[in-house]
Design a protein around this ligand. Structure first.
Ligand SMILES: Cc1cc2nc3c(=O)[nH]c(=O)nc-3n(C[C@H](O)[C@H](O)[C@H](O)COP(=O)(O)OP(=O)(O)OC[C@H]3O[C@@H](n4cnc5c(N)ncnc54)[C@H](O)[C@@H]3O)c2cc1C
Length: 456
């Protein structure tokens, strides 16, 4: 079958759905067609509801600090369905010498056993560390070690990087993963000065956690893309991925996995870069090569449900992260039913354990029994769990989270150049300027704005 459309959007994850929503508002629904390789929408952002548990495949929410995400939710009429994380779940922990230690904000942090006395002294020297004097790309770990010392880089920063990116702090680019952190040093000279200034501007800001409150929907975070896909029906074609993109007479031609052809004036590529690389290989080999070299980390999410009485440890908190030096396989564990009590039946506890990431690439290929065995050996003794979980569900994200390495800036330049030489082709999604849901929304909105400007 041949479809004629003004805009073809490739991928029905959060990015594709956000772009599709705004473009159908702008140009009319009939002008937008979404091609999705999977049988359902959402990409990594999906929620299953089983036995009263809401089970998020990947993300469990977004931080409520990005105006464009909140605006999108509002434009969809969904603001009343938002659920903010329970305040009681603000406490975060790090595993240190086999014990869960709460991360306290300063000045209490200085008395916490998370760092040795020497490590804490080194941290206190941060205001006296000179500013970086060149523009050479720097890894997150090198930045942290330079500013706050090796021990804090290993204990505090590396595990946060595995928690957010499934990544290796020694490989990832500070400038592209934490642009605000890089900017803080540039603007204020030291992180201490930057945090003091941030605190003065907003007294509620925590120096230790991310700014913003983790937010989901009463139906789970997967509701967001699923709702948009339902609204756009039948303009989203499922199980019909983009296989080959070419251009003829100023029009793009997308051949699909089902043998269909989509002719479009504009194409928004909102699928993972490895899929985009395959589809673009014949049309623009240079950008295909760049896209193909952006690596992704594999990660497994193991959801386990218990009755409240089975868990002796206090679960009033967000969960914990695990530095690699602790010699554990798990990257961390979220206490989901404390963060979002509506995601588990009354009297139940839902935990989400992350295993894998860039530092343990084989873990995602372990069997269900092996992954559950890790939860049993590593999580259960810490949480003082009595007996086996009543409920289990495992999500494997093979090539789940893109990794921004030190050459990411060059990749972004090459991708922008490809957009320039191929008018009407736009790249959006988590592989470019941030992996969080907020970043995906920003990326989608920017693609829509560029397309709208080009269409004038
Ligand atoms: C375990 C995990 C936990 C996370 N936790 C959080 C969190 O708590 N908060 C947060 O903000 N972010 C989190 N993230 C990151 C966030 O979920 C993702 O970055 C975001 O969902 C990516 O959205 P996207 O639409 O850009 O890409 P994707 O969700 O990857 O969507 C791309 C879509 O393209 C489709 N596709 C693939 N090939 C083709 C093709 N050939 N043709 C057409 N379609 C194709 C895919 O099937 C998919 O539906 C997490 C990620 C993971 C993996």
């Amino acid at each position: 079958m041949t479809y004629e459309t003004k805009v073809a959007i490739l991928g029905a994850g959060v990015t594709g759905m956000c772009a599709a929503h705004y473009l159908s508002e702008l140009l009319g629904r009939e002008s937008v067609l979404v091609l999705e390789a999977a049988q359902s929408p959402g990409g990594t952002t999906r929620t299953e509801c089983i036995d009263g548990f809401r089970l998020d495949w990947g993300p469990n929410g977004f931080l409520d600090r990005e105006p464009l995400t909140l605006k999108w939710v509002d434009d969809l009429g969904l603001t009343d369905s938002l659920v903010r994380a329970n305040e009681a779940a603000a406490k975060r922990f790090i595993l240190k010498n086999g014990n869960l230690v709460e991360i306290k904000p300063p000045p209490a942090f200085m008395f916490s056993p998370l760092l040795s006395v020497a490590g804490r002294m080194r941290l206190l020297c941060e205001p006296f560390v000179p500013q970086k004097s060149n523009d050479n790309p720097e890894t997150i770990w090198n930045f942290a070690a330079r500013r706050i010392g090796h021990e804090a880089a290993d204990t505090l920063v590396s595990c946060m990087v595995s928690g957010v990116f499934g990544g290796d702090a020694k490989q990832l680019s500070l400038e592209h993963c934490f642009p605000r952190m890089a900017a803080m040093e540039k603007e204020y000279g030291t992180l201490f000065k930057a945090l003091m200034s941030k605190r003065r501007a907003n007294k509620k800001t925590s120096a230790m956690g991310p700014s913003g409150v983790l937010t989901t929907f009463s139906e789970g975070i997967g509701f967001l893309p699923a709702h948009v896909a339902e609204q756009l029906d039948p303009r989203v074609l499922f199980g019909n991925g983009a296989r080959r993109i070419t251009r003829e007479n100023k029009e793009y031609r997308v051949e699909t996995s089902n043998g269909d052809t989509v002719n479009a004036q504009y194409v928004i590529v909102a699928m993972p870069t490895y899929a985009a690389a395959d589809a673009l290989a014949d049309f623009d080999a240079d950008v295909a090569k760049v896209l193909a070299q952006i690596p992704y980390a594999d990660i497994a999410v193991i959801c386990t449900g218990y009755s409240r009485e089975q868990i002796a440890h206090d679960v009033n908190g967000f969960g914990f992260l695990v530095p690699r030096s602790e010699g554990k396989r798990m990257l961390g564990c979220l206490w989901t039913s404390s963060i979002f009590p509506h995601e588990a039946p009354d009297g139940s506890v839902l935990l989400r354990t992350m295993i894998g990431g860039a530092t343990d690439p084989d873990a995602v290929r372990l069997s269900d029994a092996q992954l559950l065995d890790i939860v049993h050996r590593e999580v259960h003794p810490l949480m003082r769990v009595n007996g086996a979980p009543k409920f289990t569900r495992i999500f494997r994200h093979v090539r789940g989270i893109p990794q921004y390495l030190l050459n990411h800036g060059q990749n972004l330049e090459a991708i922008a150049a490809a957009e320039q030489r191929n008018p009407g082709l736009y790249f959006a999604g988590n592989a470019y300027r941030g992996v969080g849901l907020n970043d995906c929304v920003v990326s989608a909105v920017r693609a829509v704005e560029r397309l709208a400007a080009d269409d004038k």
